[in-house]
Write a protein that binds this ligand. Sequence first.
Ligand code: HMG
Length: 441
Amino acid sequence: MSKSISGFSKLSKAKKIDWIVDTYFSNSEEAKTIIKQYWNTDEKIQQLHDEFIENTITNYYLPLGVAPNFLINGKLHTIPMAIEESSVVAAASKAAKFWLDRGGFKTEVISTTKIGQVHFMYRGDFNKLKTFFEQVKPKLFSDTASITKNMESRGGGITAIELRDKTNDISGYYQLHVSFETLDAMGANFINSCLEQFAKTFKNEAQTFNLFSEEEKQIEIVMSILSNYVPDCLVRAEVSCNVEDLSESQTISGEAFAHKFVQAVNIAEIEPYRAVTHNKGIMNGIDAVVLATGNDFRAIEAGVHAYASRKGRYSSLTHASVEDGKFKFWIEIPLALGTVGGLTKLHPLVKLALELLHHPSAKELMQIVAVAGLAQNFAALRSLTTTGIQQGHMKMHLMNILNQFGANDDEKQVLTEHFKSHTVSHNAVSEALNKLRSTGA
Ligand code: HMG
Protein backbone atom coordinates (compact mmCIF):
# COMPACT_ATOMS: atom_id res chain seq x y z
CA MET A 1 0.00 0.00 0.00
CA SER A 2 1.50 3.37 -1.08
CA LYS A 3 1.83 6.14 1.48
CA SER A 4 2.49 9.85 1.26
CA ILE A 5 5.58 11.51 2.71
CA SER A 6 6.37 15.02 3.86
CA GLY A 7 9.92 16.40 3.64
CA PHE A 8 11.03 13.87 1.00
CA SER A 9 13.00 16.58 -0.86
CA LYS A 10 15.10 17.22 2.27
CA LEU A 11 16.23 13.58 2.63
CA SER A 12 19.67 12.48 1.44
CA LYS A 13 19.83 10.55 -1.84
CA ALA A 14 20.45 7.29 0.10
CA LYS A 15 17.45 7.89 2.33
CA LYS A 16 15.24 8.74 -0.66
CA ILE A 17 16.21 5.44 -2.25
CA ASP A 18 15.56 3.55 1.00
CA TRP A 19 12.09 5.03 1.22
CA ILE A 20 11.30 4.28 -2.44
CA VAL A 21 12.46 0.67 -2.37
CA ASP A 22 10.86 -0.08 1.00
CA THR A 23 7.56 1.50 -0.02
CA TYR A 24 7.12 0.26 -3.56
CA PHE A 25 9.17 -2.88 -4.19
CA SER A 26 8.58 -6.44 -3.06
CA ASN A 27 12.30 -7.15 -3.41
CA SER A 28 13.87 -3.96 -2.13
CA GLU A 29 17.46 -5.21 -2.42
CA GLU A 30 16.98 -6.10 -6.09
CA ALA A 31 15.43 -2.68 -6.81
CA LYS A 32 18.31 -0.95 -5.03
CA THR A 33 20.83 -2.93 -7.09
CA ILE A 34 19.18 -1.82 -10.36
CA ILE A 35 19.09 1.80 -9.24
CA LYS A 36 22.79 1.72 -8.29
CA GLN A 37 23.83 -0.19 -11.41
CA TYR A 38 23.19 2.96 -13.43
CA TRP A 39 25.22 5.31 -11.24
CA ASN A 40 28.33 6.66 -12.88
CA THR A 41 31.53 5.35 -11.33
CA ASP A 42 33.00 8.86 -11.53
CA GLU A 43 31.47 10.60 -8.52
CA LYS A 44 31.84 14.07 -10.04
CA ILE A 45 29.92 13.09 -13.17
CA GLN A 46 27.25 11.44 -11.03
CA GLN A 47 26.91 14.53 -8.88
CA LEU A 48 26.57 16.67 -12.01
CA HIS A 49 23.69 14.51 -13.20
CA ASP A 50 22.13 14.36 -9.74
CA GLU A 51 22.01 18.15 -9.76
CA PHE A 52 20.41 18.57 -13.20
CA ILE A 53 17.01 17.82 -11.66
CA GLU A 54 15.47 17.26 -8.24
CA ASN A 55 15.06 14.06 -6.21
CA THR A 56 17.47 12.20 -8.53
CA ILE A 57 17.90 8.54 -7.61
CA THR A 58 19.78 7.27 -10.66
CA ASN A 59 20.41 7.88 -14.38
CA TYR A 60 18.09 6.88 -17.21
CA TYR A 61 20.17 5.85 -20.20
CA LEU A 62 19.27 6.54 -23.82
CA PRO A 63 21.62 5.37 -26.57
CA LEU A 64 23.56 8.09 -28.37
CA GLY A 65 24.02 7.09 -32.02
CA VAL A 66 25.50 8.88 -35.01
CA ALA A 67 24.30 9.21 -38.59
CA PRO A 68 27.17 9.99 -41.02
CA ASN A 69 27.25 11.32 -44.60
CA PHE A 70 24.96 14.34 -44.27
CA LEU A 71 25.95 16.80 -46.96
CA ILE A 72 24.40 20.14 -45.96
CA ASN A 73 25.08 23.20 -48.12
CA GLY A 74 28.21 21.47 -49.41
CA LYS A 75 29.61 20.61 -45.96
CA LEU A 76 29.71 17.06 -44.57
CA HIS A 77 28.27 16.34 -41.15
CA THR A 78 27.90 13.37 -38.85
CA ILE A 79 24.78 13.95 -36.82
CA PRO A 80 24.45 12.81 -33.17
CA MET A 81 21.09 11.28 -32.22
CA ALA A 82 19.85 10.31 -28.75
CA ILE A 83 16.86 8.00 -29.13
CA GLU A 84 15.56 4.66 -27.87
CA GLU A 85 13.73 3.52 -31.06
CA SER A 86 15.46 1.06 -33.37
CA SER A 87 15.74 1.85 -37.11
CA VAL A 88 15.67 5.67 -36.69
CA VAL A 89 19.44 6.16 -36.87
CA ALA A 90 19.75 3.59 -39.66
CA ALA A 91 16.97 5.33 -41.61
CA ALA A 92 18.59 8.76 -41.20
CA SER A 93 21.95 7.32 -42.28
CA LYS A 94 20.42 5.64 -45.30
CA ALA A 95 18.68 8.85 -46.40
CA ALA A 96 21.90 10.84 -45.89
CA LYS A 97 23.80 8.37 -48.06
CA PHE A 98 21.10 8.50 -50.74
CA TRP A 99 21.21 12.30 -51.00
CA LEU A 100 25.01 12.45 -50.73
CA ASP A 101 25.23 11.45 -54.40
CA ARG A 102 22.39 13.72 -55.44
CA GLY A 103 23.59 17.15 -54.31
CA GLY A 104 22.85 16.82 -50.60
CA PHE A 105 20.57 19.03 -48.50
CA LYS A 106 20.11 22.77 -49.09
CA THR A 107 19.01 24.81 -46.12
CA GLU A 108 18.25 28.37 -45.12
CA VAL A 109 17.17 30.12 -41.94
CA ILE A 110 14.14 32.24 -42.81
CA SER A 111 13.71 34.08 -39.50
CA THR A 112 14.85 33.94 -35.86
CA THR A 113 12.25 35.90 -33.88
CA LYS A 114 11.16 34.58 -30.49
CA ILE A 115 8.09 35.72 -28.61
CA GLY A 116 7.16 36.45 -25.01
CA GLN A 117 3.97 37.86 -23.52
CA VAL A 118 2.77 39.71 -20.46
CA HIS A 119 -0.87 38.74 -19.97
CA PHE A 120 -2.88 41.30 -18.05
CA MET A 121 -6.39 42.46 -17.23
CA TYR A 122 -7.51 46.08 -17.57
CA ARG A 123 -11.03 47.38 -17.13
CA GLY A 124 -11.43 50.75 -18.78
CA ASP A 125 -11.09 52.88 -21.89
CA PHE A 126 -8.89 51.21 -24.52
CA ASN A 127 -7.76 54.56 -25.97
CA LYS A 128 -6.38 55.58 -22.59
CA LEU A 129 -4.54 52.23 -22.35
CA LYS A 130 -3.03 52.84 -25.81
CA THR A 131 -1.86 56.30 -24.78
CA PHE A 132 -0.40 54.89 -21.56
CA PHE A 133 1.37 52.12 -23.50
CA GLU A 134 3.02 54.60 -25.91
CA GLN A 135 4.12 56.77 -23.00
CA VAL A 136 5.54 53.93 -20.91
CA LYS A 137 7.24 52.10 -23.80
CA PRO A 138 10.63 53.90 -23.52
CA LYS A 139 10.67 53.07 -19.79
CA LEU A 140 9.98 49.40 -20.56
CA PHE A 141 13.22 49.44 -22.57
CA SER A 142 15.22 51.49 -20.05
CA ASP A 143 14.11 49.40 -17.05
CA THR A 144 15.35 46.23 -18.76
CA ALA A 145 18.66 47.80 -19.89
CA SER A 146 20.73 45.89 -17.32
CA ILE A 147 19.20 42.58 -18.51
CA THR A 148 19.56 43.33 -22.24
CA LYS A 149 23.04 44.97 -22.16
CA ASN A 150 25.08 41.84 -22.97
CA MET A 151 22.58 40.50 -25.49
CA GLU A 152 22.55 43.89 -27.25
CA SER A 153 26.34 44.05 -27.37
CA ARG A 154 26.22 40.76 -29.31
CA GLY A 155 23.57 42.13 -31.70
CA GLY A 156 20.36 40.81 -30.12
CA GLY A 157 17.78 42.07 -27.64
CA ILE A 158 14.17 43.21 -27.63
CA THR A 159 13.06 43.99 -31.18
CA ALA A 160 9.43 45.07 -30.68
CA ILE A 161 6.77 45.54 -28.01
CA GLU A 162 3.12 45.60 -29.04
CA LEU A 163 -0.05 46.14 -27.07
CA ARG A 164 -2.66 43.54 -28.10
CA ASP A 165 -6.37 43.77 -27.39
CA LYS A 166 -7.77 40.29 -26.68
CA THR A 167 -11.09 41.43 -25.24
CA ASN A 168 -13.03 39.70 -28.00
CA ASP A 169 -11.89 36.41 -26.50
CA ILE A 170 -11.86 37.25 -22.77
CA SER A 171 -13.40 40.38 -21.27
CA GLY A 172 -10.70 42.78 -20.00
CA TYR A 173 -7.81 40.69 -21.37
CA TYR A 174 -4.81 42.41 -23.02
CA GLN A 175 -1.19 41.50 -23.75
CA LEU A 176 2.21 43.00 -24.15
CA HIS A 177 3.35 40.91 -27.09
CA VAL A 178 7.13 41.14 -27.27
CA SER A 179 9.58 40.03 -29.98
CA PHE A 180 13.15 39.05 -29.15
CA GLU A 181 16.37 38.19 -30.96
CA THR A 182 18.37 35.86 -28.72
CA LEU A 183 21.13 34.83 -31.18
CA ASP A 184 22.84 31.58 -30.07
CA ALA A 185 20.86 31.28 -26.84
CA MET A 186 17.50 29.56 -26.71
CA GLY A 187 16.77 32.59 -24.58
CA ALA A 188 14.12 31.37 -22.14
CA ASN A 189 15.71 32.95 -19.04
CA PHE A 190 16.55 36.16 -20.87
CA ILE A 191 13.02 36.51 -22.25
CA ASN A 192 11.30 35.66 -18.96
CA SER A 193 13.49 38.11 -17.02
CA CYS A 194 12.65 40.91 -19.47
CA LEU A 195 8.93 40.09 -19.33
CA GLU A 196 8.80 40.06 -15.54
CA GLN A 197 10.48 43.48 -15.49
CA PHE A 198 7.99 44.79 -18.10
CA ALA A 199 5.14 43.58 -15.92
CA LYS A 200 6.51 45.40 -12.85
CA THR A 201 7.16 48.64 -14.75
CA PHE A 202 3.78 48.50 -16.49
CA LYS A 203 1.84 47.97 -13.28
CA ASN A 204 3.81 50.56 -11.28
CA GLU A 205 3.65 53.29 -13.94
CA ALA A 206 -0.11 52.80 -14.29
CA GLN A 207 -0.47 53.97 -10.67
CA THR A 208 0.68 57.48 -11.61
CA PHE A 209 -0.78 57.82 -15.13
CA ASN A 210 -3.02 60.84 -14.77
CA LEU A 211 -5.56 59.92 -17.50
CA PHE A 212 -6.50 56.68 -15.71
CA SER A 213 -9.38 56.59 -13.27
CA GLU A 214 -8.73 54.84 -9.92
CA GLU A 215 -10.24 51.63 -11.34
CA GLU A 216 -8.19 51.85 -14.56
CA LYS A 217 -4.99 52.17 -12.53
CA GLN A 218 -5.58 48.68 -11.09
CA ILE A 219 -3.95 46.73 -13.92
CA GLU A 220 -3.85 43.07 -12.93
CA ILE A 221 -0.83 41.14 -14.19
CA VAL A 222 -1.90 37.53 -14.75
CA MET A 223 1.49 36.14 -15.87
CA SER A 224 4.62 36.86 -17.87
CA ILE A 225 6.14 34.05 -19.92
CA LEU A 226 7.85 33.26 -23.21
CA SER A 227 5.89 31.45 -25.91
CA ASN A 228 7.07 28.16 -27.35
CA TYR A 229 5.04 28.96 -30.44
CA VAL A 230 7.69 30.46 -32.72
CA PRO A 231 6.27 30.64 -36.26
CA ASP A 232 8.80 33.38 -37.03
CA CYS A 233 11.81 31.34 -35.94
CA LEU A 234 11.69 29.33 -39.11
CA VAL A 235 14.12 27.15 -41.05
CA ARG A 236 13.80 25.46 -44.42
CA ALA A 237 15.60 22.34 -45.69
CA GLU A 238 15.26 20.87 -49.14
CA VAL A 239 16.47 18.06 -51.39
CA SER A 240 15.93 17.87 -55.12
CA CYS A 241 17.05 15.86 -58.12
CA ASN A 242 15.94 14.79 -61.56
CA VAL A 243 13.14 12.25 -61.30
CA GLU A 244 15.12 9.56 -63.14
CA ASP A 245 17.91 9.87 -60.53
CA LEU A 246 15.52 8.69 -57.82
CA SER A 247 15.62 5.15 -59.11
CA GLU A 248 17.87 2.87 -57.09
CA SER A 249 16.62 -0.56 -57.97
CA GLN A 250 15.05 -2.44 -60.86
CA THR A 251 11.78 -2.81 -58.93
CA ILE A 252 10.49 0.75 -59.28
CA SER A 253 11.32 3.50 -61.77
CA GLY A 254 12.23 7.02 -60.67
CA GLU A 255 8.97 8.33 -62.17
CA ALA A 256 6.81 5.76 -60.39
CA PHE A 257 8.61 6.33 -57.09
CA ALA A 258 8.33 10.14 -57.34
CA HIS A 259 4.64 9.88 -58.18
CA LYS A 260 3.89 7.62 -55.21
CA PHE A 261 6.06 9.67 -52.87
CA VAL A 262 4.28 12.93 -53.76
CA GLN A 263 0.91 11.20 -53.31
CA ALA A 264 1.98 10.06 -49.83
CA VAL A 265 2.95 13.63 -48.88
CA ASN A 266 -0.28 15.02 -50.36
CA ILE A 267 -2.28 12.62 -48.20
CA ALA A 268 -0.44 13.83 -45.08
CA GLU A 269 -1.25 17.42 -46.12
CA ILE A 270 -5.02 16.86 -46.10
CA GLU A 271 -5.61 13.95 -43.70
CA PRO A 272 -4.87 14.64 -40.01
CA TYR A 273 -4.85 10.92 -39.05
CA ARG A 274 -2.01 10.40 -41.50
CA ALA A 275 -0.36 13.79 -40.81
CA VAL A 276 0.16 12.98 -37.13
CA THR A 277 2.04 9.75 -37.94
CA HIS A 278 3.90 11.42 -40.81
CA ASN A 279 5.04 14.21 -38.48
CA LYS A 280 5.85 11.70 -35.73
CA GLY A 281 8.34 10.19 -38.17
CA ILE A 282 9.83 13.66 -38.76
CA MET A 283 10.08 14.20 -35.00
CA ASN A 284 11.99 10.90 -34.69
CA GLY A 285 14.87 12.71 -36.34
CA ILE A 286 14.30 16.15 -34.86
CA ASP A 287 13.88 15.13 -31.20
CA ALA A 288 16.90 12.83 -31.35
CA VAL A 289 19.22 15.68 -32.41
CA VAL A 290 17.51 18.21 -30.14
CA LEU A 291 18.06 15.88 -27.18
CA ALA A 292 21.65 15.03 -28.12
CA THR A 293 22.49 18.73 -28.30
CA GLY A 294 20.96 19.52 -24.90
CA ASN A 295 17.93 21.41 -26.16
CA ASP A 296 14.37 21.27 -24.83
CA PHE A 297 12.49 18.76 -26.98
CA ARG A 298 9.17 19.45 -25.20
CA ALA A 299 9.35 23.08 -26.31
CA ILE A 300 10.23 22.03 -29.85
CA GLU A 301 7.43 19.45 -29.99
CA ALA A 302 4.80 21.92 -28.71
CA GLY A 303 5.90 24.62 -31.17
CA VAL A 304 6.14 22.31 -34.15
CA HIS A 305 2.69 20.76 -33.70
CA ALA A 306 1.09 24.19 -33.19
CA TYR A 307 2.75 25.24 -36.45
CA ALA A 308 1.43 22.12 -38.20
CA SER A 309 -2.10 23.26 -37.22
CA ARG A 310 -1.67 26.94 -38.03
CA LYS A 311 -4.13 26.87 -40.95
CA GLY A 312 -6.89 25.36 -38.82
CA ARG A 313 -6.25 21.73 -39.76
CA TYR A 314 -3.33 19.60 -38.57
CA SER A 315 -1.15 18.99 -41.62
CA SER A 316 2.17 17.69 -42.91
CA LEU A 317 5.35 19.58 -42.06
CA THR A 318 6.95 18.42 -45.31
CA HIS A 319 5.96 19.04 -48.90
CA ALA A 320 6.90 17.41 -52.21
CA SER A 321 6.46 18.19 -55.88
CA VAL A 322 7.44 17.01 -59.33
CA GLU A 323 7.77 19.80 -61.88
CA ASP A 324 9.46 19.66 -65.28
CA GLY A 325 11.03 16.31 -64.44
CA LYS A 326 12.46 17.56 -61.17
CA PHE A 327 11.60 16.02 -57.80
CA LYS A 328 11.63 18.41 -54.85
CA PHE A 329 11.05 17.56 -51.18
CA TRP A 330 11.23 20.15 -48.41
CA ILE A 331 10.38 21.06 -44.85
CA GLU A 332 9.69 24.41 -43.21
CA ILE A 333 9.68 24.19 -39.47
CA PRO A 334 9.91 26.50 -36.45
CA LEU A 335 12.88 25.63 -34.22
CA ALA A 336 13.96 27.79 -31.28
CA LEU A 337 17.31 26.23 -30.40
CA GLY A 338 20.36 27.24 -28.43
CA THR A 339 24.03 26.33 -28.63
CA VAL A 340 25.09 28.33 -25.57
CA GLY A 341 23.66 28.29 -22.05
CA GLY A 342 21.47 25.58 -20.55
CA LEU A 343 23.01 22.10 -20.65
CA THR A 344 25.42 22.98 -23.47
CA LYS A 345 28.33 23.73 -21.15
CA LEU A 346 27.34 21.25 -18.45
CA HIS A 347 26.48 17.86 -19.91
CA PRO A 348 29.68 16.12 -21.13
CA LEU A 349 27.81 14.32 -23.93
CA VAL A 350 26.11 17.50 -25.09
CA LYS A 351 29.53 19.17 -25.32
CA LEU A 352 30.75 16.15 -27.28
CA ALA A 353 27.74 16.30 -29.62
CA LEU A 354 28.27 20.01 -30.29
CA GLU A 355 31.96 19.47 -31.02
CA LEU A 356 31.02 16.65 -33.41
CA LEU A 357 28.87 19.23 -35.23
CA HIS A 358 31.82 21.70 -35.39
CA HIS A 359 30.43 23.95 -32.62
CA PRO A 360 27.43 25.22 -34.60
CA SER A 361 25.72 28.57 -34.05
CA ALA A 362 22.02 28.34 -33.19
CA LYS A 363 21.22 29.12 -36.84
CA GLU A 364 23.48 26.30 -38.04
CA LEU A 365 21.92 23.90 -35.55
CA MET A 366 18.42 24.87 -36.76
CA GLN A 367 19.50 23.81 -40.26
CA ILE A 368 21.05 20.52 -39.11
CA VAL A 369 17.97 19.61 -37.06
CA ALA A 370 15.61 20.43 -39.94
CA VAL A 371 17.70 18.21 -42.20
CA ALA A 372 17.48 15.34 -39.69
CA GLY A 373 13.69 15.68 -39.78
CA LEU A 374 13.53 15.79 -43.57
CA ALA A 375 15.89 12.82 -43.94
CA GLN A 376 13.87 10.78 -41.47
CA ASN A 377 10.67 11.52 -43.34
CA PHE A 378 12.28 10.66 -46.65
CA ALA A 379 13.45 7.27 -45.32
CA ALA A 380 10.09 6.43 -43.77
CA LEU A 381 8.11 7.44 -46.89
CA ARG A 382 10.51 5.57 -49.13
CA SER A 383 9.92 2.40 -47.13
CA LEU A 384 6.18 2.98 -46.79
CA THR A 385 5.66 3.50 -50.52
CA THR A 386 7.91 0.60 -51.62
CA THR A 387 8.68 -2.34 -49.31
CA GLY A 388 6.37 -1.34 -46.42
CA ILE A 389 7.74 -0.17 -43.08
CA GLN A 390 7.94 -3.52 -41.31
CA GLN A 391 10.72 -5.03 -43.40
CA GLY A 392 13.41 -2.50 -42.42
CA HIS A 393 11.98 -1.66 -39.02
CA MET A 394 11.80 -5.30 -37.92
CA LYS A 395 15.25 -5.96 -39.36
CA MET A 396 16.61 -3.29 -37.01
CA HIS A 397 14.37 -4.47 -34.16
CA LEU A 398 15.75 -8.03 -34.33
CA MET A 399 18.39 -7.40 -31.66
CA ASN A 400 15.76 -6.10 -29.22
CA ILE A 401 13.64 -9.23 -29.72
CA LEU A 402 16.68 -11.47 -29.27
CA ASN A 403 17.55 -9.59 -26.07
CA GLN A 404 13.98 -10.06 -24.81
CA PHE A 405 14.40 -13.82 -25.25
CA GLY A 406 17.80 -13.74 -23.51
CA ALA A 407 19.75 -14.89 -26.59
CA ASN A 408 23.49 -15.25 -26.03
CA ASP A 409 26.17 -13.89 -28.40
CA ASP A 410 26.46 -17.12 -30.42
CA GLU A 411 22.67 -17.37 -30.84
CA LYS A 412 22.54 -13.72 -31.91
CA GLN A 413 25.19 -14.32 -34.54
CA VAL A 414 23.44 -17.39 -36.02
CA LEU A 415 20.01 -15.77 -36.01
CA THR A 416 21.20 -12.44 -37.45
CA GLU A 417 22.56 -14.46 -40.37
CA HIS A 418 19.32 -16.48 -40.62
CA PHE A 419 17.10 -13.38 -40.70
CA LYS A 420 19.06 -11.79 -43.56
CA SER A 421 16.91 -13.98 -45.79
CA HIS A 422 13.79 -14.43 -43.60
CA THR A 423 11.10 -12.00 -42.47
CA VAL A 424 11.52 -10.84 -38.88
CA SER A 425 8.53 -11.09 -36.54
CA HIS A 426 8.26 -11.79 -32.83
CA ASN A 427 6.93 -15.28 -33.54
CA ALA A 428 9.47 -16.09 -36.23
CA VAL A 429 12.34 -15.12 -33.89
CA SER A 430 10.86 -17.12 -31.02
CA GLU A 431 10.48 -20.22 -33.23
CA ALA A 432 13.94 -19.90 -34.76
CA LEU A 433 15.53 -19.48 -31.33
CA ASN A 434 13.64 -22.47 -29.88
CA LYS A 435 14.69 -24.56 -32.86
CA LEU A 436 18.30 -23.46 -32.49
CA ARG A 437 18.26 -24.28 -28.78
CA SER A 438 16.69 -27.70 -29.24
CA THR A 439 18.49 -28.87 -32.38
CA GLY A 440 21.47 -26.57 -32.64
CA ALA A 441 20.34 -25.49 -36.12
P1 HMG B 1 18.38 -1.46 -45.85
O1 HMG B 1 18.26 -1.06 -47.27
O2 HMG B 1 17.97 -2.83 -45.45
O3 HMG B 1 19.82 -1.17 -45.33
O4 HMG B 1 17.54 -0.41 -44.99
P2 HMG B 1 21.20 -1.71 -45.90
O5 HMG B 1 21.61 -2.82 -44.98
O6 HMG B 1 21.13 -1.99 -47.37
O7 HMG B 1 22.16 -0.45 -45.65
C1 HMG B 1 22.00 0.75 -46.39
C2 HMG B 1 22.36 1.92 -45.50
O8 HMG B 1 21.33 2.09 -44.49
C3 HMG B 1 23.64 1.76 -44.73
O9 HMG B 1 24.75 2.15 -45.49
C4 HMG B 1 23.41 2.70 -43.57
O10 HMG B 1 23.56 4.03 -43.97
C5 HMG B 1 21.95 2.44 -43.25
P3 HMG B 1 26.24 1.66 -45.04
O11 HMG B 1 26.48 2.12 -43.64
O12 HMG B 1 26.24 0.16 -45.13
O13 HMG B 1 27.14 2.34 -46.02
N1 HMG B 1 21.85 1.29 -42.31
C6 HMG B 1 22.33 1.27 -41.06
N2 HMG B 1 22.99 2.19 -40.33
C7 HMG B 1 23.33 1.84 -39.05
N3 HMG B 1 23.08 0.62 -38.52
C8 HMG B 1 22.40 -0.30 -39.22
C9 HMG B 1 22.03 -0.02 -40.55
N4 HMG B 1 21.39 -0.70 -41.50
C10 HMG B 1 21.29 0.11 -42.57
N5 HMG B 1 22.16 -1.48 -38.66
C11 HMG B 1 16.55 0.65 -43.12
C12 HMG B 1 17.22 -0.63 -43.66
C13 HMG B 1 16.02 0.37 -41.73
C14 HMG B 1 17.60 1.78 -43.04
C15 HMG B 1 15.41 1.07 -44.13
O14 HMG B 1 14.52 0.01 -44.25
C16 HMG B 1 14.65 2.29 -43.67
O15 HMG B 1 15.08 3.40 -43.86
N6 HMG B 1 13.47 2.09 -43.08
C17 HMG B 1 12.68 3.16 -42.49
C18 HMG B 1 12.78 3.03 -41.00
C19 HMG B 1 12.09 4.11 -40.25
O16 HMG B 1 11.52 5.03 -40.77
N7 HMG B 1 12.16 3.99 -38.93
C20 HMG B 1 11.55 4.92 -38.02
C21 HMG B 1 10.71 4.16 -37.06
S1 HMG B 1 9.15 3.80 -37.77
C22 HMG B 1 8.25 5.20 -37.29
O17 HMG B 1 8.18 5.47 -36.15
C23 HMG B 1 7.81 6.25 -38.24
C24 HMG B 1 6.72 6.01 -39.24
O18 HMG B 1 5.49 5.58 -38.71
C25 HMG B 1 6.54 7.39 -39.84
C26 HMG B 1 5.60 7.45 -40.97
O19 HMG B 1 4.60 6.70 -40.97
O20 HMG B 1 5.80 8.34 -41.85
C27 HMG B 1 7.16 5.02 -40.25
